[in-house]
Design a protein around this ligand. Structure first.
Ligand code: SF4
Length: 951
């Protein structure tokens, strides 16, 4: 390890690093300490933060090394064959380590292997993975490789014991330096959390606090003039209210600015000066003019812009010019977080820069912002409650510590800034995220949610996502400041998002948890010392009321169990009768069955208890209404209890609809949770959303513009306009400026069996295997089902590994974003994805040469929403299934060519496209391309020739 002189000196004087400690790493034949064996051990001795000695040895194993281990580590069979046995290696290692502190990345893994082989180490253990997770709140990946990259730590060989041990030691030095730069109050909070939860790192945090006290205590206390929350300066999060009132908005329009579109997007356009890659595209100019014109004329417009048109700037520049000139507020809604942050962080600043170059004063006072749903922002009050709760688990202590570190730097308190990689953290986040509390003004006036909404009030352009757009519509426009111009990008997704919002999912286990949590809160209230606020007679009344609520809550839990027990019986029987394993649609026929009456009777019992509980809530409200309460803990507790009241009322309404009073526009079904058949879910979705959207959204705005790359079904916009209820809209269909005939080869192997045939899977794997070897990875494989993806990934991971090609599969190797990032970081890899990777993914042509579509993307006909919606068509397959599939097919195809010079191959492994009469519609929906009917065995040849001839 090469540390410079100053760093060495600093480490020497650092009390956290004082004394001897050992960084360690093992290579093993697998992940189980009981079945697998150690093959190499590396350890580095540090004294006062300086490397003084190393230990490295291979270990003789009884098992033969597998291909994966050899390829991952580079260790060969001969290396371990000639090595000493584990007993003698561990004997030497024991002397080397002594009773020093042990540092390692995911150190428990190494400790378990050593312990299983008889070596118990007495020194304290410090896990750099744990430490990094807390100290680097904005980092998303915590593998040793990613963290080395993050800190610029260079080591010669990854996955070799000594190099990784050195890297872990160096990583520890970096993390210690971050820890000691945190402020003392935050460190003390973390130390307290670690002590209360018995976190393994408690001694470490104690040491950091002590060093910090020695070094900086007096400075921090004396300079403490800011408003602080647990040591963090929060005065920056309280905003003065300035509202962009409706009166300021003028209705006058200025036609002159129409000419500006030519100035920006024309052949000698100004975008040339701010965009290195700018090219004149007539489609872009046409789109920008049309959008400006629609805003001026207060009209609706639907515009499809093929890949490469540059649609984002084509709507941003007219929007900014129009909003600035007329002092209007425009809302832009997107579906994906990626596009939302690209707009805010890249495209909007760029567009403003270009406009500013014409007239610097034009954009004076012009503001834009991003606004998200409240669950995205941290709530100080929720955080405070979580920190002061009696029981703190280790996981909770870790998350709260991470949040406290993050709080020292965050500007917006937005969840996307903090790496919450595990689902247990996401669940916990829900408890500390922002809520709408009428009476709360935040902590000392600071509140991230209020700050975000205030920013929106001051902005001319507000970027939101579809989910917030629809929630705002449902809430009666309480979430987004008033606006009358709306641009919906990624418009193809608005129906799906609306369907989710107008429906519900009533989960058996979360309903049960809701009442358990309510019970705990009421119990807390009962034992709360209320002497300051109430007379003793009233305290006794509140206590009785709490007791009553607890009894009611227990009865609800009991009747909920009985109700779901009956539903479970029905579900099991129904699964057999209807041959449906995952869900049963509740139609009118089912509602007339005797078993359904039994279910409704049980629901009635449940509903009676709910009514009593709601009555209890009302009585409680009377006790606490108008009470001048200065106890913040009591205020938070009461506010939480009434938050449960809202949830209980929502549950009552949904159950009422699901059982005795189904809505005519509703589709209802029961499903089980994936992987947990005893947790049933009651679901509702609307038949169609067109009426809601038309009446409550489109009709309420002066101008709505819907855009996207795949809005038409190859036959125009009638289908999408109909399903969205988007009326009186002008249409514009702009094809891509790319020359697909020159850049894309579409291949269909004629000998691929029909997807329903038993030998299809083998042929599918064979086709992917040869194609991917021909492109040396750099491929995206799109699946229509998780089952097929999992099966294919399991098989191809093994067979492609010896070729040095990694398979990253969505759902197996991480979420869509995580696998995409892994794919982009790896030189030779294949990305396997389902629904979310069919659209909105923009992979550079150097990384992507091949897109394989495993099946034509028809929806599953037995899906309750699909089945119900199909019923309203005379010819469901032609009128519903095909248009939906065509749109998705075009989205999948669109992943391949993202830039003018990209070249690639698109393979369709579904013979229905050439054998069935509707197949030609799919080809017709594409731009002009080269089509090659071939054989599976020829795919690699076709690919190799096409790419080498056209690159
Ligand atoms: S206003 Fe709402 S989000 Fe803000 S601190 Fe209070 S409860 Fe939390």
């Amino acid at each position: 390890m090469y540390l410079n002189k100053t760093t060495k000196q600093q480490n020497k004087n650092n009390l956290i690093l004082a004394g001897e400690w050992i960084a360690i790493d093992l290579e093993t034949t697998g992940l189980s300490p009981y079945k697998d064996e150690i093959i190499e051990i590396g350890a580095v001795k540090f004294r006062d933060g300086e490397c003084v000695d190393t230990f490295n040895s291979f270990v003789n194993t009884s098992q033969k090394l597998g291909a994966f281990v050899k390829s991952l580590t580079g260790i060969q069979q001969s290396d371990v064959d000639n090595a000493p046995d584990i007993e003698s290696v561990l004997a030497t290692l024991k002397i080397f380590i002594g009773d020093s502190e042990i540092i390692g990345h995911n150190v428990q893994f190494d400790i378990n292997f050593l312990s299983e082989n008889g070596l118990e180490l007495s020194g304290d253990k410090i896990d750099t993975l744990d430490l990094a997770h807390t100290l680097l709140p904005d980092v998303q990946s915590f593998t040793l490789e990613s963290l080395k990259l993050h800190f610029g730590i260079v080591s010669s060989k990854a996955h070799r014991a000594l190099d990784d041990a050195i890297a872990a030691g160096e990583l520890y030095l970096k993390l210690v330096s971050i820890a000691e730069n945190l402020n003392l109050f935050v460190l003390k909070e973390i130390e307290q959390l670690s002590l209360r939860s018995s976190w393994q790192l408690r001694k470490f945090w104690g040491r950091v606090v002590n060093c910090k006290i020695d070094k900086t205590f007096s400075n921090e206390i004396k300079n403490d003039v800011e408003v602080k929350y647990r040591g963090v300066n929060i005065s920056r999060f309280s905003k003065e209210k300035i509202s962009k009132s409706k009166d300021q908005i003028s209705d006058e329009m200025n036609q002159d600015y129409f000419d500006w579109m030519e100035k920006f997007f024309g052949e000698e356009g100004l975008l040339n000066d701010v965009l290195d890659s700018f090219e004149f595209r007539p489609e872009q100019l046409q789109m920008a003019k049309k959008i400006f014109e629609s805003m001026e004329n207060q009209g609706n417009l639907i515009v499809e812009a093929g890949t490469g048109v540059g649609k984002t700037l084509a709507y941003l520049i007219p929007s900014i010019v129009f909003a600035a000139n007329n002092n209007k507020r425009i809302v832009i809604s997107t579906n994906t977080i990626n596009l939302q942050s690209q707009l805010v962080n890249k495209d909007l600043p760029l567009a403003m820069n270009a406009i500013g170059s014409i007239d610097q004063n034009f954009l004076k006072g012009f503001k834009f912002c991003e606004l998200k749903g409240r669950e995205n922002y941290l709530c100080f009050r929720g955080l405070d409650k979580a920190i002061t709760e009696k029981n703190i688990s280790v996981d909770k202590a870790k998350l709260l510590s991470k949040v406290l570190v993050w709080l020292t730097n965050t500007q917006y308190g937005d969840r996307s800034e903090i790496g919450l990689i595990s689902s247990k953290y996401l669940d916990f986040w829900a408890r500390i995220s922002a809520r709408d509390e009428k009476d709360c003004v935040g902590i000392n006036g600071a509140c991230f949610l209020k700050q975000a909404r205030q920013n929106a009030y001051e902005s001319n352009i507000i970027v939101v996502n579809h989910s917030l757009l629809i929630s705002d519509m449902i809430s009666g426009s309480t979430l987004i400041p008033e606006y009358d111009l709306l641009i919906i990008d990624e418009g193809q997704d608005i129906e799906r998002v609306s369907t989710n919002h107008f429906g519900f999912e009533l989960n058996q286990s979360s309903s049960h948890d809701l009442f358990i949590r309510l019970f705990d809160n009421v119990e807390m209230l009962k034992s709360f010392d209320l002497k300051v606020q109430f007379e003793s007679a009233e305290i006794s009344e509140i206590s009785d009321l709490c007791e009553d609520m607890k009894t009611n809550t227990l009865s609800i839990v009991d009747s909920l169990k009985k109700l779901f027990k009956e539903i479970e019986l029905f579900f099991e029987q129904g699964s057999k009768d209807f041959n449906r394993k995952e869900c049963i649609r509740i139609t009118n026929t089912i509602r007339s069955l005797p078993i359904w009456s039994d279910i409704e009777n049980l629901w009635e019992d449940f509903n009676n208890y709910i009514d009593s509980l709601i009555n209890n809530f009302s009585k409680l409200r009377l006790k606490f209404d108008g009470e001048n309460n200065n106890d913040s803990k009591l205020t938070a507790l009461i506010s939480d209890i009434f938050k449960y009241k809202n949830l209980v009322e929502d549950l009552k309404i949904q159950m009422l609809e699901f059982f005795p009073h189904p809505d005519e526009n509703g589709i209802y079904w029961i499903s089980d949770s994936p992987g947990n058949s005893s947790n049933l879910i009651l679901n509702k979705a609307p038949f169609n959303v067109s009426e809601y959207l038309h009446k409550n959204l489109f009709e309420q705005k002066k101008s709505v513009i819907i855009t996207g790359a795949t809005l038409s079904d190859g036959n125009g916009f009638e289908y999408i306009k109909e399903k969205l209820g988007f009326q009186n809209a002008q249409e514009m269909l702009l094809g891509s400026p790319f020359d697909y005939k020159k850049s894309v080869l579409v291949c269909v192997p004629e000998d691929i069996p029909n997807p329903k045939e038993f030998d299809y899977q083998l042929a599918l794997e064979e086709s992917i295997y040869y194609s991917v070897i021909a492109t040396k990875g750099r491929a995206l494989v799109l699946f229509t089902s998780n089952i097929s993806l999992n099966k294919t990934a399991r098989s191809l991971k093994k067979s492609l590994m010896p070729h040095g090609i990694n398979v990253f599969a969505q759902g197996i190797d991480g979420s869509a974003t995580q696998v995409l990032n892994k794919f982009l970081r790896s030189k030779k890899s294949v990305l396997f994805g389902t629904s979310s990777l069919w659209e909105g993914v923009d992979i550079d042509g150097d990384f992507l040469k091949l897109v394989i579509m495993t099946k034509l993307p028809f929806d599953v006909p037995t899906d309750p929403i699909i089945a119900a919606r199909s019923e309203i068509f005379d010819e469901p397959f032609t009128q519903y299934s095909i248009p939906e599939a065509l749109i998705k097919f075009r989205q999948g195809f669109g992943r391949l060519i993202r830039k003018k010079d990209d070249v690639g191959v698109f393979i369709i492994l579904d013979n229905r496209i050439i054998k069935n009469h509707y197949g030609k519609l799919f080809f017709e929906s594409l731009p002009e391309i080269n089509l090659k009917r071939t054989k599976i065995g020829m795919l690699d040849n076709e690919i190799t020739h096409w790419i080498s001839d056209n690159n």
